[in-house]
Design a binder for this molecule. Structure first.
Ligand code: 17E
Ligand code: FE2
Length: 411
């Protein structure tokens, strides 16, 4: 199969992309627009990019909002309470059904790589066992990384450490954490040492829910970054949320950034989730409750956007469309300047792939997997402005999804 009349990010002109089975065989410049042969795909002078990436979602909790009760305060902590009630009702099939429905939504929006956090603070590890099956059963749709995520704490939950170890033995790809939720600061610190040891010993990646609170005293990011730096593991470590950084004063943050840069860790921000969950203890002025996305990016560090939730106890909306998250994030993070707009897709493609440590399994380059999207606009700026879509998703050299844009008639 070939894709003709493709525009590529950061390059002038049109391109012809040849797929050979499940690999990209060639990418060549086209002197002029051509008509597509039977069986080929016509990008119609629009962008062709590597698939969108969802670097942070909770597939075990999706599609449960209101069951058995709604989160009325809109806080993270009520979300955790409501989820604990729903978690008691979780079954193997219930988890698989909801996760697969959600994966279909992601696929419909051009996502082919997903990192999901799965709650392992459950003595039966029911959700984890279900998600390990989902990972295998959806390989034709997505590459799925599973994070062993201790929603109710590692140190503050009964057998928390053993459950984390068991989750990794069963096949989790990534070790998680939630230091700001542990009962004490000391437990937060020891939880990070424990999870970094576990990851180092087992070769897992690391992705910690870190400082997801407006409390400027929540300073576990420095602990995570230092552990990553000393062990030389930065490229394999991700700090998710880090929203307390939005409340740190500039003097502390300037010292912190030195360490963050040395550590080489990655960052995920979930802007729609954080704008909803944070700022809840403020009146006015009211904080945005997000990490310093633009500043992290400008300091040369790696940051990307995720959805976090789709219709769960923490966030009642969502439809799988990561472009919606990108648009919201650019607004909330003061990133509507032209320099940011013209490379904005980085935040849901290349930066996210780096966070997931995908290496040569990702990217629009010869000899890499034949996974790509045809978008509805010619560049990043126009994709955002027109609220564009992924129109075709190709995976392993075959069309996985086609979207027909809405049409408007006048008169
Ligand atoms: N759990 C958590 O601790 N934080 C979140 N944002 C979600 C689940 C969605
Ligand atoms: Fe999360």
């Amino acid at each position: 199969m070939n894709i003709v009349n493709a525009r590529l990010r950061g390059r002038e002109g049109l391109f012809h992309i040849a797929l050979d089975g499940s690999q990209i065989a060639a990418i060549n410049e086209q002197p002029a627009v051509v008509s597509a042969a039977a069986g080929d795909l016509d990008a119609a002078s629009n962008l062709v990019v590597a698939p969108f990436v969802e670097p942070h979602i909770h597939l075990d909790a999706t599609l449960t909002a209101g069951e058995p009760a709604w989160n009325m305060s809109g806080t993270l902590f009520e979300g955790i309470e409501r989820w604990a009630e729903r978690k008691a009702l979780v079954t193997h099939e219930d988890t698989k059904t909801r996760a697969k429905k959600t994966i279909d939504m992601l696929v419909d929006h051009g996502i082919q790589h997903v990192r999901t956090h799965v709650d392992v603070t459950d003595p039966t590890l029911a959700a984890l066992k279900a998600m390990l099956e989902v990972r295998e059963e959806t390989r034709h749709l997505i590459d799925l990384q599973i994070v062993a995520f201790p929603q109710e704490g590692i140190e503050s939950y009964a057998n928390g450490r053993a459950l984390m170890e068991q989750a990794v033995e069963l096949g989790a790809d990534v070790v998680g954490g939630i230091p700001h939720f542990e009962n004490t600061r000391d437990q937060g610190v020891s939880s990070i040492k424990f999870l970094m040891d576990l990851a180092e010993r087992t070769g897992c990646l690391v992705d910690v829910h870190c400082d997801e609170t407006d409390d400027p005293q929540s300073r576990f990011l420095e602990v995570l970054a230092e552990e990553a730096r000393v062990r030389g593991m930065g490229a394999r470590v991700t700090a998710s949320h880090t929203v307390a950084m939005g409340s740190y004063d500039n003097a502390y943050c300037s010292k912190l950034f030195r360490l963050l840069k040395m550590s080489g860790i990655n960052f995920v921000s979930c802007p729609t989730e954080s704008i909803h969950l944070q700022g809840r203890f403020d009146s006015y002025p009211k904080r945005r409750g997000l990490t310093r996305v633009a500043e992290i990016d400008r300091a040369g560090m790696n940051v990307c956007f995720g959805q976090d939730s789709i219709v769960d106890p923490w966030y009642p909306l969502g439809n799988g469309n990561i472009l919606r998250i990108l648009e919201a994030g650019l607004h909330i993070c003061h990133m509507l300047g032209y320099e940011d707009l013209k490379r904005s897709l980085d935040l849901i493609t290349d930066n996210s792939a780096r966070t997931l440590h995908l290496g040569e399994r990702y990217g629009l380059e010869v000899n890499r997997p034949a996974n790509l999207l045809i978008l509805s606009a010619p560049d990043d700026y126009e994709m955002i402005r027109t609220q564009g879509h992924a129109l075709v998703s190709v995976r392993h050299g075959e069309v996985l999804m086609r979207r027909t844009p809405a049409s408007v008639q006048r008169g």
